[in-house]
Design a protein around this ligand. Structure first.
Ligand SMILES: *[C@@H]1O[C@H](CO)[C@@H](O)[C@H](O)[C@H]1NC(C)=O
Ligand SMILES: *[C@@H]1O[C@H](CO)[C@@H](O)[C@H](O)[C@H]1NC(C)=O
Length: 728
């Protein structure tokens, strides 16, 4: 009974419930092109929310009108479409009759084995589908097996045992069983009870242990730390400080209990809850009136065959992925002059995350998470909350994944796609009255956003791929969720001596928010007008004029450097030695002779300052530079290595790049790392307001001229809907 009530509240329960979600009844394809989202006409002026719900309920994703999709009959249409429920079932059946899978095994990854890039590039809609294969990673007797399952011949066509130091992404089962395993140990129970905590109030987290060269070898281990959930849903704010259980993940055996910090009180539960239902009404702040986007003629995008997104001048393939979250492939933009689609990016995805905490003490030093390769960034993506995670006009896409036993399951509403009009300006110019011309030309900026949000235990990551009609792609990462905090005897800063190192900020009585970094590394296989591209660093430097040359003594001059090999493209950003980073197609020039290109435009970011010899940093060495460029190699997609869990860092982007291979006029992949330093502050308690940072992929001499010159401005008659009540 006690065990059951414990389980009921464990943080992973949500994931488990979601895993078991039965498939939903819904139209398999999105009839977005013709459907009118709202039934508001030019003449009605007003529209009530009642109208909206009656208009096209299948498109409205509010909780009352939640429609569900059935994926049992899904069939693949495009060579990059993810494995369907039927295909996953086939994989399971094929493996279960394979001699190596007679004993117990766990499938840690079952995804489409994407056909070779040239085949995909040649494939056109209407062609026969390319042969379907599954790429499988299974753990059998403690070893990682890598298999290819051919779904046509129904045979295993490749079978290798990995020699990597690391292990595959944990399964949800690994995480769930780890959180309850310490209860099998009487010493664990005793220390919990001695600390005055009821075992029924325990919530435990599975914490990847990193690699520090001793206990972490030759077996899969995990560390478990626990919290008290008494009187709050936000158990993260009530750490049982200093208690760390080292577990063997496969045998579930408790290897070691580090029982320190008994002098540290459990922080109080008061003011930690963040659920709306648990809040007193806010009388101090004037609440906002409802707001939403109206699309009187319906959305402007379509999603063909489940995964092919078409919007304005863009088209691309979109799919959920258990490891990276979402994968954007075959991104093409239509040229405004020729009308032809032009290749921009073959594939873009979140390759790895690295989250080192900055506290070297016993219960904290190992917290150096790699959320994609250890936890599965997509596996941790929970269903999005309609109207709040994404606006009303959003379309939702489900993920179809395989559980550890190979059973397919549906992660509903995992990704949303919507058009955004945030009141921004696409371009503008108005003429001063002195010209007497009376010109005022402005174009509104409407964009298309693809969004997913992963909740990796306490933290939430929001990843947006935003497409603009001017050709720009903005990749934005938002951080929210709950801090990982440390218990402390201190209740006020006046108790803290100068020489005490808190490793963070006192956020509340007995609660320290520990300093940490977040790095999110993106894989960007750019194919600018074709696969063969070059990476060009355009340096902007101060140039001094010669004596008597000019009244000026200095100006800035741009100099282009084409990277010959990988090491030429290991880039650390420098504010006072600025550069642009172009991916160009050297064999395709514009009318006036510039190579067509796209540039990687960094935004606010943070550099990794850790010692390169620090064990976590060896594993996280892919964050040593902000930009890298490698030659395309289909086995180099995961910046921290294919097998990240407990890996020793021998298979990272940094290792590949140090091979210094030729990258000029070749099929190349750019990598960009977005970084955040986080010194927590009181506003982050008990849950963090979102902080965001982004980078852009921006056309540079890609178009002959402004590609959105001919888009029309907004006029009143096009926007008849919903007068604002207060100002009407
Ligand atoms: C520890 O406590 C749990 C919950 O009460 C119980 O199920 C378990 O059997 C206990 N473990 C031991 C070794 O007594
Ligand atoms: C492709 O990547 C794998 C893994 O890093 C490596 O072993 C192989 O040598 C690479 N091939 C080339 C041509 O660089």
């Amino acid at each position: 009974m006690e065990g059951r009530s414990l389980l009921r509240f464990l943080f992973l329960l949500l994931s488990v419930v979601v895993l078991l979600v039965i498939t939903w009844v819904r139209l398999p394809h999105a009839p977005l092109s013709t459907a009118s989202l709202l039934d508001c006409t030019l003449y009605s002026g007003w529209c009530s929310s009642k109208n909206r719900l009656q208009a096209t309920p299948h498109l409205l994703q509010n909780p009352q009108h939640h429609t569900r999709r059935n994926h049992d009959a899904d069939v693949p249409h495009h060579p990059l479409d993810p494995l369907t429920v039927r295909e996953l079932n086939d994989v399971r059946a094929i493996l279960s009759s394979h001699p190596r899978f007679k004993s117990s095994y766990a499938l840690h990854s079952v995804v489409l084995d994407e056909p070779d890039k040239p085949l995909v590039l040649r494939w056109k809609k209407g062609d026969p589908l390319l042969p379907r294969k599954a790429s499988v990673i299974a753990l059998v007797d403690g070893r990682s097996h890598v298999l290819t399952v051919d779904l046509t011949s129904k045979r295993v066509t490749r079978h290798e045992i990995s020699s990597s130091s690391g292990y595959p992404v944990m399964t949800i089962d690994d995480m769930t069983t780890a959180t309850v395993a310490p209860l099998a140990d009487a010493n664990f129970n005793r220390t919990i009870i001695e600390r005055g905590i009821d075992l029924a109030d325990l919530a435990c987290l599975p914490i990847s242990s990193g690699w520090f060269g001793k206990a972490e070898e030759k077996r899969r281990i995990i560390k478990v730390q626990c919290y008290s959930m008494k009187d709050t849903a936000n158990f993260y704010m009530r750490p049982i400080e200093g208690l760390t259980v080292l577990l063997d993940m496969d045998t579930k055996e408790v290897v070691e209990i580090s029982d320190q910090g008994r002098n540290v009180p459990i922080p109080k539960a008061g003011n930690t809850d963040y659920r709306y239902s648990a809040m007193e009404p806010n009388r101090e702040m004037k609440l906002l009136n409802p707001i939403s986007i109206e699309q009187p003629k319906g959305p402007s995008f379509t999603i063909e065959d489940g995964h092919w997104v078409k919007w304005a001048n863009w088209e691309f393939h979109l799919k959920p992925d258990p490891r990276s979250g979402v994968i954007v492939s075959r991104a093409m933009i239509r040229d405004p002059e020729t009308g032809n689609p032009r290749n921009v990016m073959y594939k873009g995805l979140t390759s790895e995350l690295f989250v080192p905490y900055m506290d070297p003490t016993d219960a904290w030093y190992f917290k150096t998470y790699m959320d994609a390769g250890e936890y599965g960034f997509g596996l941790q993506a929970m269903p999005l909350d309609p109207l709040n995670d994404c606006p009303r006009n959003a379309y939702y896409m489900d993920g179809v994944f395989a559980a550890a036993d190979g059973m397919p399951y549906v992660r509903s509403n995992m990704v949303c796609v919507f058009e955004r009009y945030a009141g921004d300006i696409g371009w503008r110019h108005s003429e001063s009255p002195i010209t007497g011309m009376g010109i005022r030309e402005v174009r509104p900026k409407v964009t298309l956003v693809v969004r997913m949000a992963a909740s990796v235990a306490n933290y939430d990551y929001i990843v947006d791929w935003e497409f603009q009609t001017d050709g720009l792609i903005r990749v934005k990462v938002g951080l929210s969720g709950i801090l990982m905090v440390k218990g402390t005897p201190y209740e006020n800063m006046n108790q803290v001596n100068k020489e005490d190192n808190l490793y963070g900020t006192l956020l509340s009585e007995n609660v320290i928010g520990v300093i940490h970094d977040h790095y999110v590394t993106f894989y960007l296989d750019m194919d600018v007008d074709g696969p063969d591209n070059s990476f060009v660093k355009v340096d902007l430097r101060r140039q001094m004029t010669a004596a008597g040359e000019s009244p000026r003594t200095s100006y800035l001059k741009a100099t282009r450097h084409v990277a010959k090999t990988e090491k030429d493209a290991q880039i650390q950003l420098k504010l006072y030695e600025p550069s642009e980073f172009h991916v160009v197609n050297p064999s395709k020039l514009t009318r006036v002779g510039n190579p067509v290109g796209y540039k990687v435009v960094p935004g606010g970011t943070a550099a990794n300052l850790m010692d390169h010899e620090d064990p976590p940093q060896k594993r996280g060495a892919f964050t040593n530079n902000q930009i890298w460029v490698t030659p395309y190699n289909r086995s180099e997609q995961w910046a921290g290595g294919s097998f990240v869990y407990q890996s020793q860092g021998e298979d990272t982007l940094a290792v590949w790049s140090d091979r210094d291979r030729a990258i000029e006029n070749k099929d190349i992949v750019a990598w960009y790392t977005l970084g955040f330093h986080h010194i927590p502050c009181q506003e982050d308690f008990p849950i963090m307001p979102t902080v965001s940072a982004s980078f852009d992929l921006k056309p540079v001499n890609f178009f002959e001229s402004n590609p959105i010159l001919r888009i029309p401005p907004n006029v009143e008659a096009d926007l008849p809907v919903c007068k604002p009540a207060a100002s009407a």
